[in-house]
Every structure is written in structure tokens, then in C-alpha cells.
Design a protein around this ligand. Structure first.
Ligand code: AMP
Ligand code: MG
Length: 275
């Protein structure tokens, strides 16, 4: 087996270079970059501790915010990633927002309105389970808007994320790349296991039928919207243990780069006596 890529260098391998033409190939979804399950599970545990410590400083410092966007085909594991990785964070400083088809109120505004309302305040983390990217994914594939309408959205989105970056919000976007073959297995599991029946959504099959169109739409997103100020990462998601570890390592590198510091406080502890 190939030597494992250094944990700290892994995110660099998964980050989409701005302007790079991305082609999503099935085998890439199974990649593990030389990692083995037991090592990845241990590394995830270590990463969770450090993520918690970094979040503590970010919260206390109140300078930066972190927005994590999760996008993927059904069954790739957005919810499960949130459960395994984001639980590293204190709920007090982290919110999760799931974006479904827009409701009546949301439809009365521009499509970025509902996303902008949910961005994290300084010191906090927000996780988007689906996001404003659906407006160039499902909207494009299912032709919910004319081509001319969704075409200009890539530019809006890049500019929206630039605004957030300029205002101290780091935007980190993660595509969980599951293969069509692995999705088949996971959908079959949902049918076989009564405890998973609640997850069954016949509409997932329509999306599966449109797989090629979705891959094209995702390729366009990764190619056009990965920027230095708001990068996309493509994470192989066929192996759950690698997916969880890789996401934790991406967030860890990103938070380390923000280098959050405890606020400087002028306090002379000797001047107080607790009665
Ligand atoms: P789930 O994440 O499985 O609960 O499904 C949420 C559904 O909402 C998915 O089928 C998305 O494609 C859909 N959705 C999310 N955002 C939009 C949007 N802007 N327009 C239309 N459908 C959307
Ligand atoms: Mg679903």
C-alpha cells in the first residue's frame, strides 16, 4: 500500500485550484490517499479535540467567523459528517442550517437572501447542509429556472462569498464525492433496514436518474466557484471513515490558518477579592 499522505498535507490534495477544470471520475470517490481505517479513526479523534480548542479561542476572540458549506448527492453522508465531525464544536458557538426547496416566504426574495440570513456572526461557526449552491445544481438540472437565470448565478455567488470573506468570514465548501455504485448500495440499505425507512425519499431516484447531469452541474460549480477566498474541497466519500477524517482535517487546517487568539484583557487579578 502507498505511504499515507501527511494528515496536514491532505487538505491541499483535496482543494480545488481556482480555475482548474474539474472532471469527477467514479474511482476518485474511493480514494484514501494511503490511509487505513484504524489510523484515520484515531486521527479523527485527535482532530476533534484540537477543533474544539480552536473553536474556543475563536469564540472568545470574536473576530473571525467560519461558514462550512456541505454539498453532495443523496446518501453521500452530509448528515453523518455533521454528526461525526461537527460534534467537535461546542453547540453554543455552532449552528447547522438545512436548506430545502424554498418556501413561500423565501421565494419572495432573491435566492441568496435565505443563505445570507444564516451566515455566522463573528466568533461562530455555521454549517450549511445544502446551500445557495442548490440554485445552480437542482435548479439547473431540473430546469427550475431558465438557463440565462442560473448562468449568472455563479458570478453572484462568487461575489457574495467575496463579501463574506472581506468581512472576516472564512467560507469553506466541501463536496462529498460518492460514486453511483456506492449510492446504489446505500439506497438498498435504506430499503432493507426498517430503521432507515424514514430516510427513504422516492425523489432520490429521480436525482439518481439524472446522475450525469448532476455530475456536470457539480463540475461547473467546482470549476467556477473555487476561489482563494472561498475554496472548494472534493472529498472522497465512498469510505465513511475516510470522509469523516478528511473533513475534520480540512476544518482543522482552516481553523489553524485563522489562528484565533484569546482577547487581550487588561485585568489585574490581585485587585479583586471574591467574597
Ligand atoms: P434533503 O437534503 O434530503 O432533506 O432534501 C432537500 C431537498 O431540497 C433536495 O432535494 C434539494 O435538491 C432541495 N432543494 C434545496 N434547495 C433548493 C432550491 N434552492 N431549489 C429547489 N430545491 C431545493
Ligand atoms: Mg434526503
Amino acid at each position: 500500500m502507498a505511504k499515507a499522505v501527511d494528515a496536514a498535507k491532505l487538505p491541499d490534495k483535496l482543494r480545488v485550484r481556482p480555475g482548474a477544470r474539474i472532471v469527477l471520475r467514479e474511482p476518485a470517490a474511493r480514494a484514501t490517499h494511503g490511509w487505513r481505517k484504524a489510523d484515520a479513526e484515531r486521527a479523527l479523534e485527535r482532530n476533534r479535540h484540537e477543533l474544539g480548542a480552536l473553536q474556543y479561542r475563536m469564540y472568545a476572540g470574536g473576530h473571525h467567523a467560519l461558514l462550512v458549506v456541505l454539498q453532495a448527492m443523496d446518501t453521500a453522508g452530509k448528515d453523518s459528517t455533521i454528526r461525526h465531525v461537527m460534534t467537535a464544536f461546542n453547540p453554543q458557538g455552532c449552528t447547522v442550517h438545512a436548506f430545502k426547496a424554498p418556501n413561500d416566504l423565501e421565494r419572495q426574495y432573491d435566492y441568496l437572501w435565505r443563505a445570507h440570513r444564516c451566515v455566522p456572526p463573528r466568533g461562530s461557526i455555521a454549517v450549511f447542509n445544502r446551500s445557495h449552491y442548490e440554485d445552480v445544481l437542482v435548479v439547473r438540472v431540473s430546469q427550475l429556472a431558465p438557463r440565462a437565470v442560473w448562468q449568472r448565478r455563479y458570478r453572484h455567488i462568487n461575489e457574495f462569498e467575496r463579501l463574506l470573506a472581506d468581512c472576516d468570514t472564512r467560507v469553506v465548501k466541501i463536496f462529498l464525492h460518492v460514486s453511483k455504485a456506492e449510492q446504489k448500495r446505500r439506497l438498498e440499505e435504506r430499503l432493507e433496514d426498517p430503521k432507515k425507512h424514514w430516510k427513504w425519499d422516492a425523489a432520490d431516484l429521480d436525482k439518481r436518474r439524472q446522475w450525469r447531469d448532476y455530475m456536470q452541474a457539480y463540475q461547473a460549480v467546482l470549476t467556477r466557484c473555487s476561489t482563494a477566498h472561498a475554496p472548494w474541497y472534493a472529498v472522497p466519500a465512498d469510505r465513511k471513515w475516510f470522509r469523516n477524517f478528511a473533513v475534520s482535517q480540512i476544518l482543522l487546517n482552516e481553523l489553524r490558518a485563522l489562528a484565533p487568539k484569546l482577547p487581550k484583557v487588561e485585568l489585574d487579578p490581585d485587585s479583586y477579592r471574591i467574597f
